[in-house]
Design a protein around this ligand. Structure first.
Ligand SMILES: *Cc1c(COP(=O)(O)O)cnc(C)c1O
Length: 406
């Protein structure tokens, strides 16, 4: 096998689709007009913005006026959350979950310091939130609910339709971080009880540095960036025309390929899962196998360290990601796996593979053949073999890894 890259980390970022590059190139070269200018030369850029807005709206089943271009998913999330909270300053309760991406989780932690009461909904051992618990948390003081559509680590899909319906019943606005869902599952905003929805270009084969926020017509909005009149006064700053064009093209492509996610991509993911579970004893899948993004596999191997697996996979040209964070100086597994109560000896050895429509059968074969050997070698030298399942971070007398916990 050659050293070709096997890229299975598409939930972290994706490669630029060739069609997307083609679409944006003219706007990096000759078509540099500022869409706000009056002459015809700039009109080309303005038309390109309009087209891209329609393409993004079409993928979401939304109206073009409901799309605001931003710089990334994080900005979209922050814009939605601050917008909704500033529109109802007298309400001081915010509901989110313990398994959000840091883009929302850290907002919750910040708001708590600012005097908000924040409910971080927990999850069960498959990463599922409880609608009953959610319903009990909703109250007259609730200013906003923010919940991710699909989890970036496990791929779990949350019941946003039911949550949104309950929000509607209580007159509470609802924001959804759909950065991992857009392009992987079909969405129809016209039918979903969602007021704000965030997406990010680089998670769906557009470049980094472009995102969008869906804002339902009539939903309260307070601009985050003030200045010029771009985006109908909702987001000042000269539009990143090449990136916006790219996001439009990526959304059009995603719409075209949305069925492949459910068929080809899902079949390859399922095959990888089946082969790894069969070949590697004491391995378990993290998340909800019944309700997961079709491209994501989060799998734990007992007694081994995620980082060690990643390093050995990297030697083979395989890119994946791990849920634990030994490299950041702590033995704590990811906040998502911790919230799920995954036992320490498993959580520590978790690996996330995330596929895309560009993933090939040969790549899956290569990983399915390589990984069992990697795990065998690591287990032979594992310092964790003597640890009990319920060991906690800090109980690492038997551990000889190099992290700062000693
Ligand atoms: C990647 C990601 C984000 C952040 O998007 P950026 O464009 O990188 O800022 C937010 N939420 C989820 C679920 C993500 O996966």
């Amino acid at each position: 096998m050659s050293k070709a890259l096997v890229y299975l980390d598409n939930n972290a970022t994706t490669g630029l689709a060739p069609e997307v590059l083609e679409a944006m190139l003219p706007f990096l070269k000759d078509q540099y007009g500022n869409p706000s200018s009056m002459y015809r030369f700039a009109g080309t850029a303005q038309e390109a913005l309009n087209k891209a807005r329609s393409q993004v709206a079409a993928l979401l089943g939304a109206q073009p006026e409901e799309i605001v271009f931003t710089s990334c998913g994080t900005e979209s999330d922050a814009t939605a959350v601050y917008s909704a909270l500033r529109a109802r300053p007298e309400k001081k309760h915010f509901i989110t979950t313990r398994v959000e991406h840091p883009a929302v989780l850290s907002l919750g932690q910040y708001l708590e310091k600012q005097g908000y009461t924040v409910t971080f909904l927990g999850v069960d051992n498959k990463g599922r939130i409880s609608l009953d618990e959610f319903q009990r948390a909703l109250n007259k003081e609730t200013a906003l609910v923010s919940m991710m559509y699909a989890n970036n680590e496990t791929g779990n899909i949350h019941p946003v339709e039911q949550v949104g319906a309950l929000c509607r019943e209580h007159g509470v606005p609802f924001h959804v971080d759909a950065v991992q869902a857009v392009g992987k599952i079909a969405l129809n905003m016209a039918a979903l009880p969602i007021d704000y929805l965030a997406l990010s270009g680089h998670k769906l084969h557009a470049p980094k540095g472009i995102g969008a926020l869906y804002v339902r017509r009539g939903a309260p909005f307070r601009p985050f960036l003030r200045g010029g009149h771009q985006e109908r006064g909702r987001r000042a700053g000269t539009e990143a025309v090449p990136n916006v064009v790219a996001l439009g093209a990526a959304c059009a492509l995603a719409a075209q390929h949305i069925e492949d996610e459910n068929t080809t991509v899902r079949a390859l993911r399922d095959e990888l899962q089946k082969r790894l579970l069969a070949a590697i004893p004491e391995s378990v899948v993290n998340g909800d196998p019944e309700n997961r993004l079709p491209n994501t596999l989060n799998i734990s191997f007992k007694y081994v360290e995620g980082e060690a697996i990643l390093l050995m996979l990297d030697q083979l040209g395989i890119c994946a990601s791990s849920g634990s964070a030994c490299t950041s100086g702590s033995l704590e597994p990811s906040h998502v796996l911790r919230a799920m109560g995954v036992p320490f000896t498993y959580a520590h050895g978790s690996i996330r593979f995330s596929l895309s429509r560009y993933t090939t059968r040969q790549e899956i074969d290569f990983v399915a053949e390589s990984l069992p050997k990697v795990i065998d070698r690591l287990r032979a030298i594992s310092p964790y073999r003597n640890l009990p399942d319920d060991a906690a971070p800090g109980d690492c007398a038997a551990c000889s890894c190099s992290c700062s916990n000693g």
